[in-house]
Design a protein around this ligand. Structure first.
Ligand code: AMP
Ligand code: ZN
Length: 470
């Protein structure tokens, strides 16, 4: 089936053609680990998770690489302001290394709660300093750099079409990046590849380099690590829209100058979550985390459901009342699904052709540049359908949920406490006996009873096994 992606580079929806048939390489810009991720950041990671799972649904084998920024990111994306890691360390009276470890763990815990699948490769900037140095050396050899006041700068005037991703004039780019005047820069949009002359007196993260002891600029890490793990032609590169005019623009300048050709085939960018008309930002301090919304009585999956109701390229306005509405719709949906599942009969029809018809409808929507709201419409068609048996509905819901990841078939957790395993085994044995006696009514009754207890059973040649829906 065709998969369509809106490519920021062309500003068009394009048919996705992978570099290698059946495989997709995706690079997503990861967190800067100096604070908790806010729910805006998490919206972007949910979008990227949906992308990956939608491609997997379409039978692609996905290799997903994500960086963790634990060095080099200054407050402004364009080399100005304080060092973000140092800010975190000073705020909490810890070392930058402790801060990085703590917030990296916290980030993956949030992802886990949101059913965001772990990337295949997670690469930390501080583990790839040599790769960055090598790349800067290549850029230097090719004449794209200059040294001023001890720092190595990238000269954007040497790179043709520097503004091709942002579709902005150089003047607009300059105005947008609010750059502090840096006397060392030949062009205000030039950026630092390697700092040796750090303005931060107590900079702890430092490494030896051909240009002196120092640390890398922020943008070079994503070029170095994407080239290392995904090669010099990457299928898809993602991030939030804020990355278009600076970070990804600079990444293109670095990677393409180094290898001499286009390195990314499709650029995808998630729009912002906004609150009270403004963007949510980590550095402003007034941001909402997943734990904060949990304290207000919302589950992480309520938030995931909330995000799934709008398309990734549209801004999403956050409010607690909108989240409350999402929570209530999500609960209603789960109730409807629970009643379908509890009505599945033992020997109900399972028509593959019919099942595939709905799977194709679903695929068409997710393959339309991730039209998740329309994919939900297909889910509701399945739920309401007169032509599908409950068994077929259950199979389809389970299948769609590999993308939604909303635990649609899981029973409420409180039903799963204190499971009496002996009782489960006894019921399964009784059901086995009923099946041997072709007493389908009794076998169905027992299966329903187990379902009510939050237990799924699986019949195979080797007998019956069970698992909780937790
Ligand atoms: P950071 O940890 O600040 O580097 O950001 C991590 C990711 O979140 C990046 O892809 C950003 O583009 C994205 N992001 C930042 N703010 C928001 C927001 N308010 N809504 C959605 N995504 C955001
Ligand atoms: Zn990046």
């Amino acid at each position: 089936m065709n998969f369509y992606i809106y490519n920021t580079m062309s500003r068009k929806k394009e048919k996705f053609i992978p570099v290698h048939k059946g495989k997709v390489g995706i690079y997503t810009c990861g967190p800067t680990v100096y604070n908790y991720a806010h729910i805006g950041n998490l919206r972007t990671y949910i979008f990227e998770d949906l992308l990956k799972k939608s491609l997997e649904y379409d039978s692609y084998k996905v290799k997903h690489v994500m960086n963790v920024t634990d060095v080099g990111h200054l407050q402004s994306d364009s080399d100005t302001g304080e060092d973000k890691m140092q800010i975190g360390a000073e705020r909490e009276n810890k070392t930058v290394w402790q801060i990085a470890k703590f917030y990296e763990d916290a980030f993956f815990e949030d992802c886990n709660k949101l059913n965001i699948k772990r990337p295949n490769v997670i690469c930390k900037a501080t583990d790839h300093i040599q790769d960055m140095i090598n790349l800067i050396k290549t850029l230097e050899e090719k004449g794209y750099t200059y040294i001023a006041n001890g720092n190595v700068y990238y000269s954007i005037d040497k790179f043709k079409n520097y503004n091709k991703l942002a579709h902005l004039s150089m003047e607009e780019l300059e105005a947008g990046s609010r750059v502090e005047v840096d006397e060392n820069k030949k062009n205000p949009l030039d950026f630092v590849l390697w700092f040796t002359n750090s303005k931060f007196k107590n900079q702890i993260m430092q490494w030896d380099s051909p240009w002196g002891r120092g640390f890398p600029g922020w943008h070079i890490e994503c070029s170095a690590m994407s080239l290392k793990y995904l090669g010099d032609t990457i299928d898809i590169h993602c991030g939030g829209v804020d990355h278009i005019p600076v970070h990804h623009t600079n990444e293109i300048a670095q990677s393409e100058a180094a290898v001499g050709h286009t390195c990314v085939n499709y650029w995808m960018h998630g729009e912002f979550l906004v609150i009270n008309g403004g963007k949510m930002s980590k550095s402003s301090g007034g941001f909402l985390t997943l734990s904060k919304i949990q304290e207000q009585g919302f589950s992480p999956l309520d938030y995931r459901y909330f995000c799934l109701q709008s398309r990734y390229r549209k801004q999403l306005i956050f409010s607690y009342s909108a989240l409350k509405q999402a929570q209530s719709s999500y609960n209603k949906l789960k109730d409807k699904i629970a009643s379908i599942v509890s009505s599945v009969k033992e020997n109900e029809r399972k028509d593959e052709e019919l099942i595939n018809k709905y799977k194709s409808k679903f695929k068409e929507q997710i393959g339309d540049d991730l039209n998740i709201p329309n994919a939900f419409t297909v889910l509701f068609q399945v739920i309401k359908s007169d032509e599908l048996t409950n068994r077929e509905k259950e199979i389809l819901i389970e299948s769609f949920d590999t993308v939604f990841s909303l635990d649609l078939l899981k029973a409420d957790n409180n039903k799963l406490d204190n499971i009496d395993e002996n009782l489960v085994d006894k019921l399964i044995a009784e059901r086995e006996e009923a099946r041997n006696n072709k007493d389908w009514v009794k076998a169905d009754e027992i299966r329903d009873k187990l379902k009510d207890m939050g237990i799924d059973i699986l019949d195979s040649k080797n007998g019956t096994t069970w698992k909780t829906r937790k």
